[in-house]
Design a binder for this molecule. Sequence first.
Ligand SMILES: *[C@@H]1O[C@H](CO)[C@@H](O)[C@H](O)[C@H]1NC(C)=O
Ligand SMILES: *[C@@H]1O[C@H](CO)[C@@H](O)[C@H](O)[C@H]1NC(C)=O
Length: 312
Amino acid sequence: MASLWRKTGAYTTLSLLLSASLAIAVIDHLAIPTKKLSDFKYGESYSYEMVSVINEFPHDPEAFTQGLVYGGNDTLFESTGLYGKSSVRKVALRTGKVETLQKIDDSIFGEGLTLFGERLFQVAWLQKTGFIYDHNNLSKVGEFMHQMNDGWGLATDGEVLFGSDGSSTLYQMDPRTFNILSKSVVYYKGHQVKFLNELESVNGEVWANVLGVDCIVRISPKDGRVIGWIVLPNLREQEVVAQNQKQMVLNGIAWDSEKKRIFVTGKLWSKIYEIRVVPINKPIEEGFIEQLCLPPLHKFTYDRSESLSISH
Ligand SMILES: *[C@@H]1O[C@H](CO)[C@@H](O)[C@H](O)[C@H]1NC(C)=O
Ligand SMILES: *[C@@H]1O[C@H](CO)[C@@H](O)[C@H](O)[C@H]1NC(C)=O
């Protein structure tokens, strides 16, 4: 097991950022008269975590990952995006071999994917129509209409579907009718957590990639409350070095509920990482998460037809 935090400069940076003394943190907390009472209704107790890499597996570097699901027996299902290159795939975890590939229409940009029983559900960018596939051979068996503003992320706990549309809203949908059952706006310390992207249901929580940042937000499906943050900038840095190309964003979380394994990857990444989430045992400096995980809108150069680049 390698702790990448110790291998890269990111660790030093993080340490510096985290090194605010507890005393200052306490004083800061006492001196925030502008905060609304509602900000404190959950006691502002969040968990802050980073990751250790347990295993690395090959990943098709041509796969513009938009959805990732663990299908049992060391198999992953993956949805890829980009016009003309979108697909649904069945992938062998250990070898990265694409065992079955169902290409989707050139006019469709694939997005989030989830496995509900024997069916895979996939949403698509700028579409209200989603697609249903048989999980054995990935043959398309139907379509559905959803009521989100756009199709970005999809996940399930086996009871409901969770969906995201690039906003700060987490949707819950009926997996049979696709009607919206509930929606919650996700806030962190009074800030909306926008660009909720790929979703995964992990141990009763919803984990979401936030587009363009190296952070996963852990959300309570009960009320959309933020449980905590997992920061993982080290993984993308390693990808950039290995591929010597433009940095591509983290996207894709898969949870093996049987063996309690977590897999993450990114768009066009050459690896899938099995990670362990470990607490950051230092006080988090005020504003650290806001800066790392909630970048303001104007920092994005938004051109998804090619890729998403970050100008900072
Ligand atoms: C698990 O995957 C292996 C390799 O792809 C395959 O040979 C085997 O039949 C699978 N087992 C089950 C129970 O699906
Ligand atoms: C795909 O598998 C299902 C059973 O899971 C079967 O009913 C269907 O005919 C298969 N489709 C093709 C094209 O092989």
